[in-house]
Design a protein around this ligand. Structure first.
Ligand code: PGA
Length: 252
């Protein structure tokens, strides 16, 4: 059975001391929580990864990074490599988030390199895909998502693809308070699973975790997660409050 995951993408939020408090609050709450089979992943800013993995070691969650540079080492001032994260016991890394595609001009080809370098270091990419509003309005959303998967993921052999988590994040829903309806989410998730099935096979498609992201919160998570092809969420704003994040994580 495929994994259900709730991952918190903190983005560029929280000071060191605030992060310390939030991690502790989440870890304490997780001790009591009934997660069923779901896995919780925290993706704090890189500066807080070591502190987060230290807490995770004694707690019930995994740690993800928000970004890497796709080389193990070298003259890349300011960057962090997957090899460094591996030694910290980081399990996941977000790749292809719309903010990085937009503000840092990350191309399909560059994302493909990130995917490859993470897998080489045994870190699972949480690969984000999704359309902007004009693309949905022009009924191009399926083509856009298909292209994103084809260009950055579908070069992988099956055994490597099995380590990918896909996150469908319609860009118009990210940070806007406008959530995709459960029907819109299910429709796209089922489309993505179909693409994986055609490229690989039904077993691979059935085993792939596909998360929804975009204004997912304590109020709408249960409805979204009840859809047959929605296996959890990638949570931005609502992951910055321990109580609401826990509410989401226990929404299965
Ligand atoms: P949001 O962000 O939950 O604040 O909409 C989701 C994301 O960007 O991953």
């Amino acid at each position: 059975m495929r994994k259900q995951i709730v991952a918190g993408n903190w983005k560029m939020n929280k000071t060191f001391s605030e992060a310390e408090i939030l991690i502790t609050e989440i870890a304490d709450a997780l001790d009591e929580a009934d997660l069923k089979n779901a896995e919780v992943v925290l993706c704090p800013p890189a500066l807080y990864l070591e502190m987060t993995t230290d807490v995770a070691f004694e707690s019930n969650f995994k740690v993800g990074a928000q970004n890497i540079y796709p080389e193990d080492s070298g003259a890349f001032t300011g960057e962090i490599s997957p090899l460094m994260l591996k030694e910290l016991n980081v399990s996941y890394c977000i790749v292809g988030h719309s903010e990085r595609r937009k503000y840092f001009n990350e191309s399909h080809e560059f994302l493909k390199r990130k995917v490859d370098s993470l897998l080489k270091n045994n870190i699972s990419p949480i690969f984000c895909c999704g359309e902007v509003l004009p693309e949905r309005e022009a009924n191009r959303h399926f083509d856009v998502v298909k292209n994103q998967l084809e260009e950055s993921l579908f070069h992988l052999p099956e055994e490597e693809f099995m380590k990918i988590v896909v996150a469908y994040e319609p860009v118009w829903a990210i940070g806007t308070g406008v959530t995709a309806s459960k029907e819109q989410a299910q429709e796209m998730h089922s489309f993505i699973r179909g693409l994986i099935s055609s490229k690989y096979d039904t077993t691979t498609a059935d085993e792939t975790t596909i998360l929804y992201g975009g204004s997912c919160n304590g109020k709408n998570a249960a409805e979204l997660f009840s859809q047959p092809d929605v296996d959890g969420g990638l949570i931005g704003g609502a992951s910055l409050k321990a109580e609401e994040f826990l509410q989401i994580a226990t929404s299965f």
